[in-house]
Ligand binder design. Structure first.
Ligand code: AMP
Length: 398
């Protein structure tokens, strides 16, 4: 069965085509600057990469281009688009409505539309992608896999904010959490690696990428996570501030003469590593830190300190810890971040092997010292594969 995985962002579309008989990736790509006259189409088959610039004024033209690439005699992997037996979509916000992946029926799509007020930036592009496929491949089933779904197991004491309960009931203001597909995947991989059922493990998963979040996974279930009602809360990120005093936005509004949109722009797009160091890419921040640049050093230390604080907090909240997992762009690649986030946590039984930590590898690995009570693992995430697996499972149901 061939399954196409689609991730529609605010101006981009990522795709990966899988042969689900053996979970082999057949081709993949990324469309950037969708909605403009100068969109960039990146397509990859095997080790060959293709890049072209063309107008893609909307998601539908973008998806048409993807289907052309997939069926192109040279760069494609299929003879006909009807070989695609299902399309799996990454959907950012499933609110309290969706605690698992869903076949995208009219009724489910309607419920997804009702979630838009909670994710006004993320859900509309997801829905636009789904609408385009309905038009272009009307007979091909589509499945939605929600970023928030894994966290729907959080208990009330984790997901509620201490604001009037009435506001939660009226508007569904609460912590939802994101990156659920990634936290689920790496926690399950960790359990396999450790040779124990997930139900017997307490794991902290650190998804550190452009967006970053940490999750406390107790017995295979998410019991707490750092991102909140939106992906702004929690860790310091490339351009997002993470946790701050909730009164601060009002001070910024008043002193900088900004409206709520202006403050939102500062906290989401001008803060984080960028706000402190001038760089949003952690590679630039680390380079500055290694050269002794004062503000890059500060940004790096602040970033790692926040991670360390949450690892401590979640170990306390779960009452124990078996493993810490690092994943995503920074988590998988930055030995500096792993080292500086874990140094000082030896009292919790976390001991890193520095040599294993700095060894380069793309494989899943244990980087803890042999006598470390808590295992420290680096596990490459694969959200697309989880989406493809769920999609196959759902469309194969009798
Ligand atoms: P992701 O969102 O998972 O694609 O991760 C993107 C982030 O990973 C960017 O901030 C990159 O700078 C970061 N990243 C990728 N490779 C490295 C590396 N070798 N060292 C530090 N950060 C990295």
């Amino acid at each position: 069965m061939k399954v196409l995985v689609i991730n529609c962002g605010s101006s981009s579309i990522k795709y990966k085509l899988y042969n689900m008989e053996n979970e082999q990736e057949l081709c993949s790509g990324l469309l950037e600057k969708v909605g403009t006259q100068e969109s960039i189409v990146n397509h990859k088959k095997g080790n060959t990469k293709y890049k072209e610039t063309m107008p893609l004024p909307d998601y539908e033209t973008g998806i048409k281009r993807i289907l052309q690439n997939i069926t192109d005699p040279d760069r494609g992997a299929l003879k006909d688009v009807h070989e695609i037996k299902a399309v799996g979509h990454r959907v950012v916000h499933g609110a309290e409505t969706f605690s698992g992946s869903q076949l995208l029926t009219e009724e489910v799509i309607k419920k997804m539309e009702e979630c838009i007020p909670l994710a006004p930036l993320h859900n509309p592009p997801n829905l636009a992608g789904i609408g385009a496929f309905k038009k272009l491949l009307p007979d091909t089933p589509q499945v939605g896999v929600f970023d928030t779904a894994f966290h729907q197991t959080m208990p009330r004491e984790s997901y509620l904010y201490a604001i009037p309960y009435e506001l939660y009931k009226k508007h569904h203001f609460r912590r939802y959490g994101f990156h659920g597909t990634s936290h689920l995947f790496v926690s399950q991989e960790a359990a396999k690696f450790l040779g124990k059922p997930a139900s017997q493990l307490k794991i902290i998963t650190c998804h550190l990428g452009n967006g970053s979040s940490i999750c406390a996974v107790d017995g295979g279930k998410s019991v707490d996570t750092t991102m909140g009602m939106t992906p702004l809360e929690g860790l310091i990120m490339g351009t997002r501030c993470g946790d701050l005093d909730p009164a601060l936005p009002f001070f910024i509004m008043e002193k900088e003469k900004l409206d709520s949109k202006g403050v939102d722009n500062i906290l989401n797009k001008k803060s984080g590593l960028l706000g402190i160091s001038g760089y949003n890419d952690s590679r630039d921040v680390e380079e500055g830190y290694l050269k002794g640049d004062e503000m890059c050093t500060l940004a790096h230390i602040m970033f790692c300190r926040r991670i360390k604080k949450y690892i401590g907090a979640y170990a306390a909240a779960m009452g124990g810890l078996d493993a810490v997992v690092f994943t995503a762009g920074i988590g998988e690649n930055s030995d500096l971040t792993r080292r500086d986030s874990l140094t000082g946590l030896e009292f919790l039984g976390i001991n890193l092997d520095q040599e294993k930590n700095t060894a380069r590898s793309k494989e899943m690995r244990d980087i803890s010292a042999t006598d470390s009570k808590v295992k420290v693992l680096v596990i490459p995430t694969n959200e697309e594969l989880v989406i493809a697996r769920d999609t196959k499972l759902i469309v194969s149901r009798p």
